[in-house]
Design a protein. Structure first.
Lengths: 182, 411
């Protein structure tokens, strides 16, 4: 028997923290409870994406699969986290793989339910969308910073910056002409 | 220590004093190119004979490369490489617009007929014809090669590239050779010796000298020193040495040696026979080693009684002996300065060929003196300023000039 999701569980998720009890109860109706055993994969990179997930207990690991390389560990999500919202937002397939690191209990929200709630201007849906936008904005900023750091690293290693050789030759040239003229 | 390592040892010493750094040092020590060729000839009896020839081009930063061509059974890449490097420093030290190279064929020329020697030389020139040239690399005589061999080199090269007397030096006087070339190395040794003695208020007049080796260089050095009033008290060749406390009769000795008789057979009043090594231990003002390399070992260096050493031969002093001489306060005028007269007049020959002009012997000798006196003064200045040995000072001047040309041209 799947235990129902109560109002306080709904309100423990940041986007829903400030909902009224009625609004939270409405969300609870739309959520479906689900459990995963350790190591179970929730979805694979490339799967169709129609669902958003909310972690109630346990940890989920998000992996990026790179051809001919080991999986790149993107992030680990814990309880209270909402994930899986990127692909349906962009109308894309899953961009990463989600695997349970521990036993996990989570709630899933169908993307179609969110869409119809938005069309009806339900307050919880607007709040949820706004919150998701904030998270995506923060992630974009982190990625930008990392990208700039990577560029700087590549730049300093690049052989197309011959400053060292020029310095060595140039300083030797000056020193020889200054100290060792015969 | 191999000859190449020995030369490199002295270069590193100078490089460290100048603080050039490991990368520049490596660049300056390594030859630019090495050409190993197979030289087949048909013997007079119809047999095929195959020899190995080398032309190793060490450095061209300061100009076309210059260096001798030797025919000797012991010639190998290691040996030629060391001598090529030495040429780079020698031409730089006396400030000729040349780099350094060396070549040779592993062959015992005494086993070849004149015709075989000619065919060997021509085949070798065909093999290295693209590597040498008046503005690229200019060979010269060395051990067991002479003006006739150089004439063949010139002719064979000219056959391929058109008339090119400047492709080789040490040619016969009647074939675009230079006056004064034959005696140049020996004469240069005496010019340098004269300058050195002047420094201590002395002169060649009545200076007591000993010469080991009575080949081209030793012969002319002894003879010209004698003309300047020096007393040659000991000389030797491979057969052994002779000694006379009041000085040998040099003109009589020359007459005797002209027909290539061994020196130990020479007999005259007051002349005693000594061993080849005893010549190195003679009590003299100037000791002139003019034979082989490596004669001053550690043991010999402790026993030397001379006031100073002028290195007419290439690399006669091992690094251990060099340190002992430095500790004992015996000045050693290094080979790259003392025997640079030969390459200097080779340069004059090349310059005359390039200009299609001839100088008199007086002009050649006067310019030779000018070149060596000014090189000596430069080395002396660096030695005194920085309190170095003559050798380190000389290598610093040489290395400095090559390094400057290299960095000014850019890599």
């Amino acid at each position: 028997m799947i235990p129902p999701i109560d109002v306080s569980t709904v309100k423990s998720f940041a986007p829903f923290a400030k909902l009224t009890s009625e609004e939270a109860a409405r969300v609870a109706q739309l959520l479906e409870f689900q459990t995963l055993v350790r190591g179970e994969t929730l979805f694979h990179q490339g799967d169709a994406s129609e669902t958003i997930y909310l972690i109630i207990t346990g940890d989920m690991q998000i992996l990026l699969q790179v051809p001919d390389h080991e999986d790149h560990h993107l992030v680990t999500f814990g309880p209270g986290t909402i994930f899986g919202e990127v692909a349906p937002l962009a109308d894309e397939h899953r961009t990463a793989t989600a695997t349970a690191l521990t036993e996990v209990s989570l709630a899933s929200l169908a993307w179609s339910a969110l869409e119809s709630a938005l069309e009806n201007s339900e307050r919880w849906a607007v709040k949820f969308l706004f919150h998701t936008s904030q998270i995506l904005a923060r992630r974009l900023r982190t990625v930008n910073t990392q990208f700039a750091a990577t560029l700087a690293k590549i730049d300093s290693k690049s052989p197309s910056t011959p400053t060292h050789t020029e310095d060595e030759l140039d300083s030797l040239r000056k020193r020889l002409l200054r100290d060792w003229s015969f | 220590m191999s000859p190449f390592e020995q030369t490199n040892h002295y270069i590193r010493q100078a490089s460290q004093t100048m603080n050039l750094g490991a990368r520049v040092e490596q660049l300056l020590l390594t030859p630019e190119g090495e050409h190993h060729v197979t030289v087949p000839i048909e013997r007079d009896n119809g047999e095929l004979a195959v020899f190995t020839g080398y032309r190793i081009q060490h450095n061209s930063a300061r100009g076309p490369m210059k260096g001798g061509l030797r025919y000797h059974p012991a010639v190998d890449a290691e040996d030629v490489r060391a001598l090529a490097s030495l040429m780079t420093w020698k031409t730089a030290l006396v400030n000729l617009p040349f780099g350094g190279a060396k070549g040779g064929i592993a062959v015992d020329p005494s086993l070849l007929s004149s015709g075989e020697l000619e065919r060997l030389t021509r085949k070798f020139v065909q093999r290295i014809g693209q590597q040498i040239g008046p503005q690229r690399d200019i060979p010269a005589p060395d051990m067991n090669t002479n003006a006739q061999v150089m004439a063949w080199v010139m002719d064979e090269y000219s056959r391929i590239h058109g008339f090119s007397p400047a492709v080789v030096t040490g040619k016969p006087l009647d074939l675009h050779g230079s006056e004064g070339r034959e005696a140049a190395t020996g004469r240069g040794v005496v010019f340098v010796a004269e300058e050195f003695l002047k420094d201590s208020g002395a002169s060649l007049q009545n200076a007591r000298i000993a010469v080991q080796g009575f080949g081209n260089v030793g012969w002319f050095a002894a003879s010209i020193a004698h003309q300047h009033g020096a007393k040659v008290i000991a000389v030797s060749d491979v057969s052994g040495g002779i000694y006379r406390a009041d000085g040998l009769d040099v003109p009589a000795l020359e007459e005797f040696a002209r027909v290539r008789r061994p020196l130990k057979e020479y007999q005259a009043d007051g002349v005693s026979a000594i061993s080849n090594e005893d010549v190195l231990l003679a009590d003299v003002d100037l000791l002139i080693p003019a034979a082989l390399g490596g004669v001053f070992t550690r043991e010999v260096a402790f026993a030397v009684r001379a006031r100073a050493i002028i290195e007419a031969a290439n690399a006669p002093t091992t690094p251990e002996a060099d340190e002992i001489f430095a500790e004992r306060g015996i000045p050693v005028i290094p080979d790259i300065l003392a025997n640079a007269g030969g390459v200097t007049v080779s340069y004059f020959e090349w310059a005359q060929n390039i200009q299609c002009f001839r100088w008199t012997e007086e002009e050649v000798n006067q310019r030779l003196k000018q070149t060596l006196v000014s090189s000596y003064a430069t080395v002396r200045k660096v030695k005194k300023q920085r309190n170095l040995t003559w050798r380190t000072a000389a290598f610093i001047v040489a290395l400095g000039r090559v390094a400057k040309a290299t960095v000014l041209r850019g890599i």
